[in-house]
Ligand binder design. Structure first.
Ligand code: NAG
Ligand code: NAG
Ligand code: NAG
Ligand code: NAG
Ligand code: NAG
Ligand code: CU
Length: 338
């Protein structure tokens, strides 16, 4: 994927000037197709899982000492930046860039030839009001299922019952089946590094938040800021929304704001959120293609997010201004949802 990034590392003045003046789309040679998990062939599913396992077998590049693998590097960056990238205006742009770097890394370092898959949970929840039966959690052609049931499980710090409206999940322990049973995480829970298995605690109590009715309510929001708040959810909204609904429905590893990218399904959940954002942008592209706003930090003093705000990826990738990741069809992103 050197070609994909080449324009950004180019020192040629003319190209840089052109880029600044246009402040818009630099067209891609090709777009990778991001597909819904169940629409992929079994062969494509295995290729994706193998690529993630490849990242889990490559050595870390050392952002934090406790990170063992390239897969951990991504989790480490997310943990480090968590307080700057949630509940703020850059929430969606940051995660769009993060997923794109993950996708490009799978391609450049693990020979993956496809696009990042997404998980359209509405396709499960609209039918079953549950995520349990989702093909995403298949133990052969998916990410494995629920964690082993631990009665009274209330999170790694045993304090989730403090959350308003908390209903215990149906798992909590190690995921016993699927492709990720033998991979122990080195980071998390939260900001603490521990050697632990991948855990899940499915909780269908929150599945309603992922229905197509909820998606429609989100995409009808008139401004970027209200759209982002309605998508991201608690504690700014009084009830669960698409973003936190997905994290809570899967539970355990996925429930921790810092360390949730330890569950490989994180990337499919966030790809779907990114797809919902792109859907919202496309409903009024002339207005919304470059529409961002919102506070830059959770606590004052904060500035308002603009297109010039730079997204940090630490040691994963160079800084880019939000302007450059507003259009998935343009460099440096180059993907399309199908
Ligand atoms: C992020 O990394 C910086 C630099 O290593 C460190 O000072 C900071 O404590 C880290 N923050 C978190 C939340 O891990
Ligand atoms: C649970 O404890 C952890 C670690 O002390 C803390 O970070 C987290 O905010 C707590 N969660 C709740 C819901 O109280
Ligand atoms: C993986 O973590 C679990 C605890 O979650 C532990 O029981 C197991 O021994 C660890 N496996 C390895 C190979 O470190
Ligand atoms: C739909 O969106 C509005 C904001 O426009 C929000 O107040 C309301 O709670 C949402 N409805 C549901 C069911 O989430
Ligand atoms: C951010 O934008 C809001 C709404 O337009 C405005 O009220 C506020 O003063 C701005 N804050 C800063 C720090 O520019
Ligand atoms: Cu996040």
């Amino acid at each position: 994927m050197v070609r994909g990034f080449s324009i950004w590392t180019c020192t040629c003045a003319a190209q840089v000037v052109l880029l600044v003046q246009a402040s818009a789309s630099v067209f891609c040679a090709t777009l990778v197709k991001r597909q819904e998990w169940r629409d992929m062939t079994n062969n494509q599913k295995i290729q994706y899982i193998d690529a993630v396992k490849c990242l889990q077998s490559l050595p870390a590049k050392g952002l934090v000492e406790a990170a063992r693998t390239r897969f951990d590097d991504f989790q480490a960056a997310h943990i480090n930046l968590t307080d700057e990238i949630h509940l703020v205006g850059q929430f969606l742009p940051w995660h769009r860039r993060f997923l794109s770097v993950f996708e490009k890394t799978l391609r450049s370092e693990c020979g993956f030839i496809g696009g990042l898959p997404y998980w359209d949970w509405s396709r499960d929840v609209d039918v079953y009001n549950s995520i349990n039966k989702s093909p995403v959690f298949d133990s052969v052609y998916g990410f494995g299922g629920n964690g082993i049931y631990i009665p009274g499980y209330a999170g790694p710090f045993n304090n989730l019952s403090n959350l308003p409206g908390w209903v215990p999940g149906t798992g909590g322990g190690c995921v016993p089946m699927g492709p990720f049973t033998s991979y122990n995480l080195s980071l998390g829970p939260g900001t603490i590094p521990t050697n632990h298995c991948l855990t899940r605690a499915f909780d269908d109590e929150y599945a309603w938040a992922l229905s197509s009715t909820q998606v429609a309510n989100t995409t009808k929001q008139p401004s970027f800021e209200i759209f982002r708040i309605e998508l991201e959810g608690q504690p700014v909204t009084p009830t669960m929304k698409l973003h936190d609904g997905g994290h809570f429905a899967v539970g355990a590893e996925m429930l921790n704001t810092y360390s949730s990218p330890g569950d490989p399904v994180f990337y499919l959940h966030h790809a779907n959120l990114d797809r919902v954002w792109w859907t919202w942008q496309q409903l009024d592209l002339p207005t919304r293609l470059f529409d961002v706003s919102g506070r830059s930090t959770v606590d004052p003093p904060f500035v308002n997010i603009t297109l010039a705000f730079e997204l940090k990826m630490l040691n994963l990738a160079p800084l880019v201004p939000i302007r450059d990741i507003m259009d998935p069809r343009a460099e440096p992103l180059c993907y399309t949802y199908v």
